[in-house]
Design a protein around this ligand. Structure first.
Ligand SMILES: *[C@@H]1O[C@H](CO)[C@@H](O)[C@H](O)[C@H]1NC(C)=O
Length: 368
């Protein structure tokens, strides 16, 4: 860039002009520490700045291989359809993926149940993930409005079902707040909780907070208190960064360990971070653990006439997302149908048979 500025190098190669007064050399010596400091600050600033994301479908960016819809502000969302064809569906469900995942990480309903109940599943890359454009301005609210626009662009009708896992589970609370009138029923799976949500007793938030390993307390604390440091914190090498980003086995429960081999099918896993870690992972942390202006505890029953249900599922042995906040929410919101799985960890939606159990309960209310 500097080369384009049009300035020609000065004849003496950019050096300071020859001193014509004896006192000048003293002046430069005095200024040197300040110049060095500014140089160091500039270096530090560069370290804090994330590189720009690699935009899908642009030179140097990942290719666009999936169909995409265009949002009102011009961003694209890439999507993936599964289950029965949309025009044969009796139940249309939008699935919202978690941290470090993409549209292919959809709930794997069995073909038999999909046929039997007429289930159509629509999943999409969240902004900054996979082949969806980044959204540096994304917020707790914007994702709910993105989902509403996606449903309309895909002509899902006035109401649709919604399910989300982990970070995508936390987004279910946003949808319940901002687009409740569009929902037919919701299944919230192992939702990430924000330790700073208001209305939780201090001991409940603290107990959940303390389930995390030390390095995650730091990573989550930085995302909340100093979001501008998030990029640096998670890329520096002095301190261990988020254990979720670095696949630390210390956060895997016994049942999670048993599910991990199933991840072999995730040959597409590279797509999650292909735009860069900042617009995908780091921004997820900055929004999810950021400062919310409301708490899920303030939400009202979206189905006061009983025309739909909100199901909340959490594994009691979850070491990635502590169960405490979900447990407390279920006590405070009587309209949330709570399923605590006593031996499950975080990855229960991937375990054999669980997708069908979760969707039957959502669509039929089978387990009540
Ligand atoms: C928090 O404190 C209350 C009141 O003392 C108690 O009933 C509850 O069990 C505690 N919860 C946790 C998670 O420690």
């Amino acid at each position: 860039m500097a080369a384009d500025s049009g300035k020609k190098p000065s004849a003496n190669g950019g050096k300071a002009p020859a001193p014509n007064k004896a006192s000048d050399s003293g002046g430069i010596a005095k200024r040197l520490p300040r110049i060095a400091l500014m140089f160091l600050l500039a270096l530090l600033y560069r370290q804090l700045q994330a590189p720009p994301p690699k935009i899908p479908g642009t030179p140097g960016g990942p290719p666009v291989t999936s169909p995409r819809i265009r949002l009102q502000d011009g961003r694209h969302l890439a999507y993936h359809e599964s289950g029965v064809p949309k025009d044969q569906a009796k139940h249309k469900i939008i699935f919202v993926h978690g941290f470090d995942s993409c549209r292919y990480d959809v709930l794997r309903v069995s073909p038999e149940l999909a046929q039997e109940l007429g289930i159509y599943l629509l999943s999409f890359d969240r902004p900054g993930y996979g082949e969806s454009d980044p959204h540096p301005g994304r917020t707790v609210k914007s994702i709910a409005l993105d989902i509403e626009q996606l449903a309309d662009a895909m002509e899902l009708g006035p109401k649709f079902y919604l399910t989300g896992f982990s970070m995508g589970g936390e987004i279910m609370w946003s949808c319940l707040k901002y687009i409740p009138h569009r929902l037919a029923g919701v299944a919230i799976l192992g939702p990430v909780g924000n330790y700073w949500w208001s209305g939780f007793p201090a001991n409940v938030s603290r107990e959940a907070w303390n389930v995390q390993v030390a390095q995650d307390k730091w990573a989550v604390g930085v995302a909340h208190h100093a979001p501008w440091l998030t990029y640096w914190w998670n890329t520096q090498k002095l301190f261990p960064a988020s254990s979720v980003i670095s696949f630390n086995p210390a956060i895997m429960s016994q049942e999670d360990m048993a599910v991990i081999p199933k991840f072999a099918y995730r040959s597409y896993a590279y797509q999650s971070r292909q735009q860069g870690e900042h617009e995908s992972l780091h921004r997820d942390m900055m929004v999810g653990f950021g400062k919310w202006s409301w708490s899920p505890l303030e939400l009202e029953d979206p189905f006061p006439g009983g025309e739909g249900k909100v199901h909340l599922w959490h594994g009691a042995e979850d070491l990635i997302v502590p169960v405490g906040l979900s447990r407390y929410i279920s006590q405070r919101l009587p309209w949330v149908r709570y399923h605590e799985l006593p031996t499950a960890g975080h990855l229960f939606p991937i375990a054999d048979g669980m997708p069908d159990v979760i969707l039957k309960s959502l669509l039929l209310g089978d387990d009540e």
